[in-house]
Design a protein around this ligand. Structure first.
Ligand code: 13P
Length: 249
């Protein structure tokens, strides 16, 4: 099954370092049937456009302002990144929720702004270790989805991918069991069915992120209930990322 592999470079690489990284991916990604999306920092988006045009690779940003424009020093709008040919935007990453205090209301507004500007959204959800220990992980993630998708129409879900990223598994090397991922994917689909319809639940893409690397990508990407992966640390090494991106086809 064709998978969606998203690389989140976070705040790493300079524009010049990214140029050679992107050129390598564009060349080596030829021949993969998977969809590959690279999300570099904003400063690299025009280079991404230049290098990925006409290749198999799409690109996205890691955030946007919830506002369309205005006196918001230092912010970047959806329209600005769309104008650079950006196709995707990651919204609600746990690092933004935790370190930049983004709440579900802000995230909901960002999703609406992204969709209104023709961007596809990778919506990140996921629980802390404490929430998991309290056996509240599925309830917590379902509530995030409920709040984050408020007012989003069913036909707009075509442009939304849900990325399940348990916070405790990000950058930790800790592995979630396939059974736990399956349980969460089912919970996510149940919530989408509750909010929308069985059709929407079946059609929405759900990907997994959290210490996806060379050692576990084969296993994770062969899970038929998962539509792909969101890769952080391992996407920084171009050779590893190419192996992950070409997995399972
Ligand atoms: P790691 O793959 O480094 O755990 O990061 C996952 C992530 O946060 C991707 O958005």
């Amino acid at each position: 099954m064709k998978k969606l592999i998203v690389g989140n470079l976070k705040m790493n690489t300079t524009p010049s370092e990214f140029k050679s990284y992107a050129m390598t991916i564009a060349t080596k990604a030829k021949g993969t049937k998977n969809s590959i999306v690279i999300c570099p920092p904003y400063t690299h988006l025009s280079t991404a456009k230049e290098i990925f045009s006409g290749s198999k690779v799409s690109f996205g940003a890691q955030n946007i302002s919830e506002e369309e424009n205005g006196s918001l020093t230092g912010e970047i709008s959806a329209r600005m990144i769309k104008d650079l040919g950006t196709e995707y935007v990651i919204i609600g990453h746990s690092e933004r929720r935790q370190k930049f205090k983004e709440n579900d209301k802000t995230i909901n507004k960002k999703i609406k702004t992204a969709l209104a500007n023709g961007l596809k959204v990778v919506l990140c959800v996921g629980e802390t270790l404490q929430t998991r220990a309290n056996k509240q992980a599925c309830t917590f993630v379902r509530k995030q989805i409920d709040d984050d998708l408020k007012g989003i129409y069913e036909n707009e879900l075509e442009s939304v991918v849900i990325a399940y990223e348990p916070i405790w598994a990000i950058g930790s090397g800790k592995n979630v069991t396939a059974k736990d991922i399956q349980k969460m994917v089912e919970a996510i689909r149940k919530e989408v069915e509750y909010l929308y319809s069985p059709k929407a639940s079946k059609n929405i893409s759900v990907i997994y992120g959290g210490s996806v690397g060379l050692s576990n990508c084969k296993k994770l990407l062969s899970l038929e209930f998962l539509n792909g992966a969101l890769v952080g640390g391992a996407s920084l090494d171009v050779d590893s990322f190419v192996v992950i991106a070409k997995e399972n086809y």
